[in-house]
Design a protein around this ligand. Structure first.
Ligand SMILES: [Zn+2]
Length: 78
């Protein structure tokens, strides 16, 4: 009769201390370049986030662009 040993590995819940922050990037309509709005958000919060239309001064063309959530591309923080 075979002896069976059952080993149950200790369950360690890894605390997700690493927060996945993303930069809010918007594509400049004049130069088609991505511009950092200077804002960041935790990635998992983005889908539920309510973002009002905002304006920023574009670093590429110097004009003020307005953007909404639909315009945003989440990117790595620079
Ligand atoms: Zn621009």
């Amino acid at each position: 009769m075979a002896r069976r040993f059952y080993f149950e590995p200790p369950r360690r819940r890894l605390k997700s201390t690493l927060v996945n922050m993303k930069s809010l990037l918007v594509r400049c309509p004049a130069t088609s370049k991505l511009t950092d709005t200077g804002q960041t958000i935790e990635e998992k919060l983005w889908s539920a986030a309510k973002v009002k239309a905002q304006k920023f001064t574009c670093a590429h063309c110097g004009k003020v662009h307005s953007w909404t959530k639909a315009d945003v591309i989440l990117g790595r923080p620079l």
